[in-house]
Design a protein around this ligand. Sequence first.
Ligand SMILES: NC(=O)c1ccc[n+]([C@@H]2O[C@H](COP(=O)([O-])OP(=O)(O)OC[C@H]3O[C@@H](n4cnc5c(N)ncnc54)[C@H](O)[C@@H]3O)[C@@H](O)[C@H]2O)c1
Length: 196
Amino acid sequence: MAQALLRWHDAHQFCSRSGQPTKKNMAGSKRVCPSSKIIYYPQMAPVVITLVSDGTRCLLARQSSFPKGMYSALAGFCDIGESLEEAVRREVAEEVGLEVERLQYSASQHWPFPNSSLMIACHATVQPGQTEIQVNLKELEAAGWFSHDEVATALRKNNPYTQQQYGTFWLPPKLAIAHQLIKEWVEKPPCSTLPA
Ligand SMILES: NC(=O)c1ccc[n+]([C@@H]2O[C@H](COP(=O)([O-])OP(=O)(O)OC[C@H]3O[C@@H](n4cnc5c(N)ncnc54)[C@H](O)[C@@H]3O)[C@@H](O)[C@H]2O)c1
């Protein structure tokens, strides 16, 4: 959190209107341009992260930049003007070609890498019978459905060091909200849902 704030100050040294240097306030909570009087506040980008389920399986995906063997839930930045529900539906459709039927909010997390994001985690379901995925290879390297047993076993054994070595499937570490979302699904598949 402190590092994220320091990075934000470092990247906002100049006013985008006047081009003049901005000044940090005593608390470090904002920067002001003495010339244009514009006040700059630290910002976070909202990101939706969604664990899609068809009732019995969950959908996990990986990007080529992920460590070898690691699969996670689908994530993507919210666009300007979008609601959380719209962002979830768009991201799931764009990345794997599925239509979200229902969604349920789970939790949120500040994520400082590489810049500040507010991760908004949701469970989503698709209609049984409409589960054929079309992986968008511009965004993902691979995606697939995983059974409850496969995911529960991966969670129990989750050790990035050995699993990367053997190239077996593993999940994000505990500090990531993706891990909590997957754990939640394994322990108690969501039952109360909101219309998407
Ligand atoms: N905590 C977790 O469990 C967890 C899990 C997955 C992803 N994440 C984080 O979520 C974020 C988004 O994930 P992703 O897989 O889409 O990331 P990504 O870094 O692959 O970004 C995808 C694309 O979004 C665009 N982009 C970058 N910054 C943006 C911004 N501020 N607003 C709008 N678009 C932007 C870029 O074109 C980028 O290529 C990343 O910061 C990632 O680290 C966190």
